[in-house]
Write a protein that binds this ligand. Structure first.
Ligand code: PEP
Length: 253
């Protein structure tokens, strides 16, 4: 299975910046890597950078979506709108959506389910808060997020779904889980997914690590056997550091 490296730009970026980023990646060799590369840019940039992204061999994703196709939902963006804007991927349940905007597990489930039903590929983000980790609740929290999102989910195939394990205390803080901790959580996640969706689904599922992934720690994290990629925030804003992370994927990928 290919590794998948995502660049989550959050609420940063302009069209010229995104175009430069994509052109720089093309010049560095982005078309020749086997890993799937996805840029999660702000909605407003997506329709304006599609051609440059396609030339660089990089797919586009929305950072969020809404669970209805249309209607009186001021400020929201539907899966169809995302597709029309050129996205093939979306994020569901990023920790900033859960903990800054206040999205519940139920909301995340509805978004994941609708986005997949409408033909987009989804990354379900899960992860524990610092206080949950300190209270010894990491496994309970992450397992609960996964069960809520995946139990009874109708249309998911393992090809269209990725799970990103992103401990919230590691996002944007410079702290990371050790490669050993990431490996342990990823294999637990695969075990839990197997319990919910069966062995074939679980073994085909890609699990990314996210949380202050940088050029100097990416190689160690990505070389763990249960880690199939990375979701990168801060270090994805520059092509050189994002490229260094892409190049850290173990040989042959
Ligand atoms: C993220 O936004 O998903 C993320 C992991 O951010 P950072 O790499 O900056 O911690």
């Amino acid at each position: 299975m290919n590794f998948i490296i995502g660049a989550n730009w959050k609420m940063y970026g302009t069209v010229p910046k995104a175009s430069d980023f994509l052109e720089e990646l093309l010049a560095l060799g982005s078309r020749s890597v086997r890993s799937d590369l996805v840029l999660f840019a702000p909605f407003t940039l997506l329709p304006l950078i599609g051609e440059t992204a396609a030339a660089a061999g990089i797919e586009l994703g929305g950072q969020d979506l809404f669970w209805e196709d249309e209607g009186a939902f001021t400020g929201e963006v539907s899966p169809g709108m995302l597709r029309e804007a050129g996205a093939t991927w979306f994020l569901a349940g990023h920790s900033e959506r859960r903990h800054v905007i206040g999205e519940s597990d139920g909301t995340v489930r509805k978004k994941l389910s609708k986005g997949l039903q409408r033909g987009l590929k989804g990354i379900l983000c899960v992860g524990e808060l610092l206080e949950e980790r300190e209270a010894g609740r990491t496994e309970e929290v992450v397992k609960g997020q996964i069960r809520s999102a995946l139990e009874g989910l109708e249309t998911a195939s393992a090809e269209n779904l990725v799970i990103a394990y992103e401990p919230v205390w590691a996002i944007g803080t410079g702290l990371t889980a050790t490669p050993g901790e990431a490996q342990r959580m990823h294999s637990l996640i695969r075990e839990w997914v197997e319990g919910i969706r069966g062995v074939a689904f679980a073994s085909g599922l890609r699990i990314q690590y996210g949380g202050s992934v940088k050029p100097d720690n990416a190689g160690d994290i990505l070389s763990r056997p249960s880690v199939n990629g990375a979701l990168v925030g801060g270090a994805s804003l520059r092509s050189d550091s994002f490229w260094a992370i892409v190049r850290s994927v173990p040989d042959g990928e």
